[in-house]
Write a protein of this length. Structure first.
Length: 120
């Protein structure tokens, strides 16, 4: 087992609920994600940091996440802008989605089996 999927699921659901409240279109599907990043403009510090956050998520780099989140905030990025940038990263991250599909099957195998953990 890669993770304690039951505990992770609870944590993830709480996090996803927050994203859904901030930007429900991310949860509405791939089309909404693709359209979210289709606007063009000249790059500034804020845009560069939003792109960097998308790359940080794609690369699963926690150090990059903390560094570029701090820089994005200093450049004036809002929570909504960051969530939109993250949505773009999710929409183009097909390779990682394939690999993480194996994790879904691992979670399925664990969660569909009877819980044998001792009661706390």
């Amino acid at each position: 087992m890669m993770l304690d999927w039951r505990k992770y699921r609870d944590q993830l659901q709480a996090g996803l609920a927050g994203i859904g409240r901030t930007s429900p279109e991310i949860l509405r599907g791939y089309r909404g994600l693709s359209d979210a990043g289709s606007k063009t403009s000249l790059l500034g510090a804020k845009t560069r940091e939003l792109i960097a956050l998308g790359v940080a998520v794609t690369r699963q780099c926690d150090g990059c996440i903390t560094t570029h989140t701090t820089a994005a905030l200093k450049a004036g990025a809002t929570r909504e802008e960051i969530v939109e940038a993250l949505g773009v990263a999710v929409s183009v991250n097909a390779g990682a989605a394939l690999i993480y599909s194996a994790r879904v099957l691992d979670a399925f195998n664990t969660l569909s089996a009877p819980d044998t953990a001792p009661a706390s």
